[in-house]
Design a protein around this ligand. Structure first.
Ligand code: ZN
Length: 377
């Protein structure tokens, strides 16, 4: 192998020596020249390490910096960097921090006869982190999670009604209908999107406060380029027994809420206000799209069996606290006999669920083909 062929520059800066090794155009065969450290790891010199890290990225800016005074260094490729400290001898572990975000514990680089050497697990970790970060850069926006929220539950039955159908008493509880529909919807979505997280705010007949529901939703971690959507499922009630059909609700476009995480822009209230507004408007715009997509799908699937009551907007319902695009679907009226019979009939409920799924899928497809919307939580 070749050694000492790096262009090394010593720069004096604020009294500290920086060793900056910039861009390495040559390709070495890293396999030829492997040392074995006392710890049993393969070790690579700087030349080899840079070849391994940078071989696949010929267009990006590549840099290596090492500060021998503080014994800290960094590798940079494109807009990504891995910062680390170095040890005096082999076998010490420490932190590798990538993009100021991900921290790994790795065997640290150390000096061996005046030359920095890099243990293989260190090199592999930083290479994998760079590969991940670069693929995130180019990846499309995606819906990472879909949260299904069956309304009511436990002590809260929601809308309740008694009918007589086919000569038999029919007692309808909103909480049971929406749980049944939500479970079916969950199963369909899990099959359709094995790579997305499909979550429910409740999976059984339990009492669940609005705060608990939205806390579940807001706690889902998402990465850059990812978004979550929230679908709340209810059944309707009216004193007018003739009122029937489905409707889909979204927030009123002028409704204002705090959608940003508390930690963001905490030192600049003005900027925070502006960012909050932009994010919120994006969430509401997307909420309207999801609502329209679900309503269209319900109309197409249900045909004449159930009338559409259209899109509705409100500022008080469950989704007002969630920091993501959110809609609420009213499947039908428990107070109306026809709707009550349909919603408690398996074949009909399947059709409603299918319609919800198609509406969601249509939105997800559009979203993931497009550039998405602002996601700042
Ligand atoms: Zn309800």
């Amino acid at each position: 192998m070749e050694r000492g062929t790096l262009r090394q520059t010593l720069i004096t800066k604020t009294g500290i020596f920086f060793l900056a090794v910039l861009f390495l155009p040559r390709l070495l065969n890293a396999q030829e020249s492997i040392g074995i450290a006392a710890s049993g790891h393969r070790i690579f010199n700087l030349d080899e390490t840079m070849n391994i890290l940078y071989a696949a990225n010929d267009k990006e800016r590549k840099e290596f910096h090492w500060d021998p005074f503080f014994r800290e260094g960094s590798f940079t490729v494109g807009g990504h960097y891995g910062a680390f400290s170095t040890a005096f001898s082999a076998g010490k572990s420490g932190f590798l921090m990538v993009d100021n975000r991900d921290i790994y514990t790795v065997p640290l680089p150390y000096e061996d006869r005046g030359e920095l050497v890099f243990p293989e697990p260190f090199v592999n970790t930083i290479r994998e982190a760079f590969t991940r970060s670069m693929s995130e850069d180019s990846s499309h926006y995606r819906i990472a999670a879909i949260i299904i929220d069956p309304g009511h539950g436990g002590k809260d039955p929601g809308a309740v009604s008694k009918h007589t159908a086919n000569g038999k008493p029919l007692n309808v509880n909103e909480k049971d209908i929406v749980l049944n529909a939500s479970r079916q919807l969950r199963d369909v979505l899990v099959r359709a999107y094995p790579d997305k997280r499909i979550l429910m705010t409740r999976e059984s007949d339990i009492t669940c406060s609005l705060e608990e529901r939205t806390a579940i939703a807001n706690a889902v971690p998402i990465r850059k380029n990812e978004a979550i959507i929230y679908i709340s499922i209810h059944a309707n009630f009216s004193k007018d027994k003739n009122a029937k059909g489905f409707e889909v609700w979204h927030l009123r476009p002028d409704y204002r809420r705090d959608v940003l995480d508390q930690s963001l822009f905490s030192d600049s209230p003005e900027l925070r206000k502006i960012m909050n507004l932009l994010t919120e408007e994006a969430f509401i715009a997307e909420s309207i799209k999801i609502a329209a997509s679900i309503l269209d799908s319900l109309k197409a699937t249900m045909g004449k069996t159930m009338p559409s009551r259209g899109l509705k907007e409100e500022d008080w319902f469950v989704v007002r606290r969630s920091r993501m695009p959110a809609v609420l679907v009213e499947l039908g009226f428990v107070s109306n006999k026809d709707d009550a019979v349909l919603m408690t009939t398996d074949t009909h409920l399947h059709k409603l669920v299918e319609a919800l799924y198609k509406g969601i899928a249509e939105f997800v497809g559009d979203f993931e083909r497009s550039r998405g919307f602002i996601v700042s939580r």
